[in-house]
Write a new protein. Sequence first.
Lengths: 215, 80
Amino acid sequence: MALLAGALFSARRNVRQDVATRKGALRLGTVAVFAQLITWALNDPHVGNPLRKSIASSNRSWNRSSPEGRAVRHASGRGTGHAPHWPNSLLGWTRLLRGENRRRTCGPRHAVRPWSGALITLLIFARGPLNHLAGAHYPVVSFGNTRYFEGLHYVIGFLFSLLVFQTVFNAMWCILTIVGLMRLFKKLWIVGIAATVAFTFLAARALFIDAPGLL
Amino acid sequence: VINLLIAFTVVAVITVLAIHVGLLATVVAFAVSFTLTATPWTFDSTAWYFQQSAFVLVVLTGITAFAAYAARSTGLDTQR
């Protein structure tokens, strides 16, 4: 309830200050609400569904007056006298929300890249054979998400939950961390290495669990 | 050591994506990776869980097709 109240307050403030992207916010909100309804309708158990907190996180992340928004703004150097360090990362997303997915800047470099997910999965699956080649002859147990066997309704609900909330939440934290590291290190390659090391130790365990929630 | 190296490589891919390509690409990479890992894949149409596997395949194919469509955009229609 506190998150909801905070989101409403922030939204009202942004609208009054005329800094809100109303069209994008409306589109995002509509997708978020319907995706949550679909997930609730199709997936059991309803209680404790991670979407409840994820939807609030998504709204807050888009809100520049929220604590996270302020942190990002501070980390990016805005209002602090430093040069802004906003990565190009955020541009493709906001442009897509405005319906500008056919712009060149949103195409080759900023559009969706599913092959990256496939590459990540291939690397994870390569762990078993590589361990075997290295002499570690133990069975690699991997059943995937066994709730898939409940039926197609679960798969649809899971995908809506995954695509709209869980992955956005993880990616948002990645970007937030990278922007924060940009304030500490001036060289981009140092930021990349520091972020990779930090994420590896945060995510190493979760990477090999067959469930969402990398960070 | 192999596990750590693979974890490091996977995370490096994610970091490069987040820095150089964008948030949307990172989101989709997470989504595709989670989905590929979670799905009990089968191409045996008589398997009782074939429906789930086929559905996810269609969804991922659709996302890939949209990515190809967006990447081939000339940008002339919305260029300002």
